[in-house]
Design a binder for this molecule. Structure first.
Ligand SMILES: [Zn+2]
Length: 171
């Protein structure tokens, strides 16, 4: 696993994670590298998966980070980074519009992300059915409604088949 630690690993507060959230964000956001963007704007994720398969770990998974509104004390979460430089519109499009070939994330990312989720799920006794998309978390906020419609990640182009194939190699 090719991972580097950046940011304040021991920030936040102690948590007992019961589920794991899968997110997506842009590899670059308005020309700024995702880690730099997150760090500068106080946005969180326990880890980021870059298109080349590099894992950037931002926070110890035994500590909270702001990644799933109202569920930060009970969940861990990481971001698959959509390759390229994104603004809000291009990011939302990547999440909401089915691509002809829906390989918008790289195989190296699925391998890295699958391995990372398997590792942290085993560590926290989180079962595979307790891995959910960020979109689904938000729909829990107000049952029957998409409470915060901007949250669509990781989106229609996310290949859960590739994710779980990589996950089960390590779980
Ligand atoms: Zn998200």
């Amino acid at each position: 696993m090719n991972q580097v630690w950046k940011g304040n690993a021991q920030g936040g507060r102690p948590i007992t994670p019961k589920f794991a959230v899968v997110h997506a964000a842009g590899e670059k956001i308005g020309g700024v590298d995702a880690f730099e963007f997150f760090d500068k704007n106080g946005i969180g994720a326990h880890a980021l998966f870059y298109p080349d398969g590099t894992i950037v770990r931002m926070r110890d998974t035994r500590r909270s980070i702001g990644q799933a509104l109202n569920h930060n004390s009970t969940s861990i979460g990481a971001e698959f980074l959509v390759p390229g430089d994104h603004n809000w519109d291009s990011f939302v499009k990547a999440m909401k519009v089915p691509a002809k070939e829906n390989n918008i994330f790289t195989d190296a990312q699925y391998e890295a992300g699958g391995a990372w989720y398997a590792m942290v799920c085993k560590e926290h006794n989180i079962t595979p059915d307790q891995i959910i998309s960020h979109e689904w978390v938000d729909r829990l906020e107000i049952p029957g409604k998409s409470a915060r419609k901007e949250k669509e990640d990781p989106g229609v182009n996310f290949r859960w088949d590739k994710f779980y194939a990589a996950f089960y190699k390590h779980y």
